[in-house]
Design a binder for this molecule. Structure first.
Ligand SMILES: O=P(O)(O)OC[C@@]1(O)O[C@H](CO)[C@@H](O)[C@@H]1O
Ligand SMILES: [Mg+2]
Ligand SMILES: [Mg+2]
Length: 280
């Protein structure tokens, strides 16, 4: 039977590469920075331009598909994951990095069917690394197969996380308590690239054992989640159990032992889900 989703994946790879060129080009110019939910939730015209490019080009080829894009949602579009083929787009994951020319910036495109990610594409555009995964067919970086780390001892692990853009004191308190618990296990180190998508690709590449965060959105992690699982890793909610793409919480790890150990140390909290009804 013909592989019906391969042409969508090929298109995602091609348009992510084109988007990366735009991002690299924009780094040479002055960047006009705007804010969204708060003073440190940044967006630029390049985020908006890249999202338009990805959505318009995919719509032309696949007119029946649906789209969830970070900047479209910011502009008021709904964020509902249905069973339909859906492109889940973060045009620039790591906008703060992009604004400061900190060299980890990704274009992230996930594609779901029946609410399951079928393929994921993360283009780390300043490193020129194209991460791809297709359900059941493995994960790759620039065509080379990826494999998570074999480490099962948390004390020998590097763990990635981020602080997010909320500065809500209660949330910060939970975030710092989790961080302290994990650092003091002790682990070898805690790192953060400034982008969920690249943190997840680091797990898939075997460079870090785990990544966790509360505060991510579906567009940050849709593509990366499949890249991690196809590289042999596991996904979990921060309280254990199945990861829910719309819940804004994730643990991605090389194996269940490491994931469950991290879950024990996370002081969890809940945020409004990505698919919560829009407030009028
Ligand atoms: O706004 P962007 O640049 O697309 O998202 C980047 C980011 O802030 O979103 C996630 C949630 O906090 C973090 O992992 C990551 O640092
Ligand atoms: Mg993002
Ligand atoms: Mg973004």
């Amino acid at each position: 039977m013909a592989d019906v989703w391969q042409s969508a994946m090929d298109h995602a790879v091609a348009v992510a590469r084109k988007a990366g060129e735009i991002v690299r080009g924009a780094l040479k110019d002055e960047r006009t920075v705007m804010t969204k939910s708060c003073a440190v939730d940044l967006v630029t015209q390049t985020d908006q331009k890249v999202e338009q490019l990805i959505i318009q080009s995919a719509k032309e080829k696949f007119p029946t598909h649906r789209f969830i894009g970070e900047e479209s949602v910011a502009a008021g579009e709904s964020c509902i994951l249905s069973d339909d083929p859906t492109w889940i787009i973060d045009p620039i994951d790591g906008t703060t990095n992009f604004v400061h020319a900190f060299p980890f910036v990704a274009v992230s495109i996930g594609f779901s069917i029946n609410k399951q990610v079928e393929f994921g594409v993360v283009y780390s555009c300043l490193e020129d690394k194209m991460f791809t995964a297709r359900r059941g067919k493995g994960a790759f970086c620039n065509g080379e197969a990826l494999q998570v780390s074999e480490q099962a001892d948390i004390h020998q692990a590097i763990v990635a996380t981020e602080f997010g853009s909320s500065r809500d004191p209660a949330a910060m308190d939970h975030i710092f308590r989790s961080l302290r618990n994990i650092l003091c296990l002790p682990v070898h180190g805690v790192r953060g690239a400034g982008t969920a998508a690249i943190n997840m690709c680091l797990v898939a590449s075997g460079c870090v054992e785990a990544y966790y965060e509360i505060g991510i959105h579906v567009w940050d992690v849709a593509a990366g989640s499949l890249i991690v699982s196809e590289a042999g890793g596991v996904l979990m909610d921060v309280e254990g159990g199945d990861m829910d793409l719309m819940s804004r919480r994730i643990v991605a790890a090389n194996n269940t032992t490491i994931a469950e150990r991290i879950v024990k140390e996370i002081v969890s909290f809940t945020l409004q889900r990505d698919d919560a009804p829009l407030q009028s």
